[in-house]
Every structure is written in C-alpha cells, then in structure tokens.
Design a protein around this ligand. Structure first.
Ligand SMILES: Nc1ncnc2c1ncn2[C@@H]1O[C@H](COP(=O)(O)OP(=O)(O)OP(=O)(O)O)[C@@H](O)[C@H]1O
Ligand SMILES: [Mg+2]
Length: 257
C-alpha cells in the first residue's frame, strides 16, 4: 500500500501546491512512484504541470461525481515516475453536489482505491478551506503534511485545523496521523521567521520537520517555467530543502516494495 499524504492548511498561499510538486518530485528523483491529486478547483497543481485546460481524460470532478469515469483514464503521466489526476474549475461545484451523495466523506478514498497498487506515494493537494473536498482528502489519507508560512500570525487557524484532524481521526479515519508541520517561506534575513519556527517547536515539538523551506523567488520562477524547482534549479537551496524533506519522510515511512 502506498503512503497517502494530504497536503493541507485552510490558509491560502502557504506553499501547499509548491510542496506537493517539489516533495513529489524529490521522491520520484529517489525512484519512488508518485501520484499527485489536484483537489483544488483553482487547479494550480494542474497548471504547474502545464495541463490547465488541456486534460485528455476526465478531471477529478468527474472521478468524484460520475460513476462512469474510471481512475485509470483520469491519470496524466507528467514525468516517468509522476502521474497526476488533474482538476478544473468544475470542481467548485463538487463542494455542493457531494453533500447529497451517500458516504460523501469517503468518495475520494473509494475513487483512489483501484490505483493504490501502482504507486509508492499518493499526494493530495488540498484547497484552502476545510470544506467537503478537504474532508475527503483527510479521510482518504494516512498522513497529513501541514505547510505553515513563517510570518506574523502564522499559528492562527492551526488550532482549527488540528481540531478538524482530531475529529476526523475519531469519527472517520482512525489511522490518520500528522506526518509533520513544514515551516515554509522562511525569510532568513529577519529574526521574526526564526521566532515563528521556535514557537512551532514549542507548541508542536517533534511534529515539526527539521527541514525548513526558505523564501526564494526561484519558486515563483519555477512555477512559470512549469517545472519543479528540482529541475528548474537543481542545486538551488530550495531544491535541496525538498530533497532533505523527502529524506526525513523516507526515514520513518519508507514504503515496502
Ligand atoms: N518557499 C517559497 N518562497 C517564496 N515563494 C514561494 C515559496 N513557496 C511557494 N511560493 C510562492 O507562493 C505562492 C503560493 O504558493 P502555493 O501556491 O504553493 O501555496 P498554496 O498554499 O498552494 O496556495 P492556495 O492556498 O492558493 O492553494 C506561489 O506564487 C508560489 O510560487
Ligand atoms: Mg494550492
């Protein structure tokens, strides 16, 4: 069984999609087979891989709501070891349409089940809210990775997220756990970012990754180039940081093959 990781934080613009792409690319660089699922109607992950408006098969919206769509036909191979299931704006309607579906919290889990044997890691890029799509990701996953932007009021909203994770674990997915909290967009020139990291450590202890992701314009550039930073600037500190994060995760969660 693959490790299924939801990349989740209801706060917008904290580095969820960037982490999905680059952590996934770092795992693939190590030879692991990776599936990335775009669960955001904004479709930033899909655009990152240059597939926006250009998806050959069904998008995740149809996979969730149309029984005739099969997961295999939704897959898009973007690199030799990386497939994605793309999204588009139609997914915005799913948030409402799923409400009347039977077993509405488990639809993504069911949809992904036939694909489990083909991958070592399945990564789900969540939208910036705690709606039904995010709940589907949290039910489908084994682990949750929480990127936190290291800025003023960074911890605000985290307690609501942790409360939701706790409820999901109790009621819907007892095996889910927090994989780790990832400090992102760390501005090493300011004392403040360091204070936020220290605060994260004092509140969450071991659950904070040792790896931190520094702020760099290279990330925006790599998005425009539609390449992971590991390809766009392979020896840049940002690429090295996502490789280090992959190593931290593999240390405790190496998939059995
Ligand atoms: N470490 C970083 N340093 C500087 N900029 C970054 C970094 N990581 C991501 N960015 C940039 O910040 C913006 C937001 O990042 P990203 O899209 O990954 O966040 P998100 O949490 O997925 O956002 P949303 O909540 O809208 O889905 C993007 O323009 C991205 O290129
Ligand atoms: Mg995103």
């Amino acid at each position: 069984m693959p490790n299924t990781i939801a990349i989740c934080n209801q706060k917008g613009g904290v580095g969820k999609t960037t982490t999905t792409v680059n952590l996934g690319a770092a795992l693939a660089e190590q030879g692991w087979r990776v599936l990335m699922v775009d669960l955001d109607p904004q479709a930033a992950l899909t655009a990152y891989w240059g597939l926006e408006g250009n998806t050959p098969g069904p998008t995740v919206y149809r996979l969730l709501l149309d029984d005739s769509a099969t997961p295999a036909e939704a897959l898009c191979a973007v690199r030799p070891l990386i497939d994605i299931i793309p999204s588009d704006i139609d997914l915005a309607a799913a948030e409402i349409e799923l409400w009347s579906a039977l077993g509405r919290e488990r639809i993504l889990q069911e949809a992904l089940a036939p694909l489990q044997g083909g991958y070592d890691f399945v990564m789900v890029d969540c939208p910036p809210n705690l709606g039904l799509l995010t709940i589907n990701a949290l039910v489908a996953c084994d682990q949750v990775l929480i990127p936190v932007q290291c800025e003023y009021l960074a911890l605000r909203g985290l307690s609501m997220l942790l409360d939701t994770l706790h409820k999901i674990k109790r009621r819907l997915n007892p095996q889910s756990e927090i994989l780790g909290i990832l400090p992102t967009m760390v501005n090493s020139r300011t004392r403040h970012a360091q204070e936020v990291i220290e605060e994260l450590h004092s509140v969450f202890g071991q659950r904070v990754f040792q790896t931190t992701i520094k702020s760099s314009i290279r990330f925006a550039e790599s998005t425009l180039a539609k390449q992971p930073i590991l390809e766009y600037a392979p020896s840049h500190a940002g690429a090295q940081a996502y490789r280090a994060l992959a190593q931290e995760i593999l240390h405790d969660h190496r998939p059995a093959r």
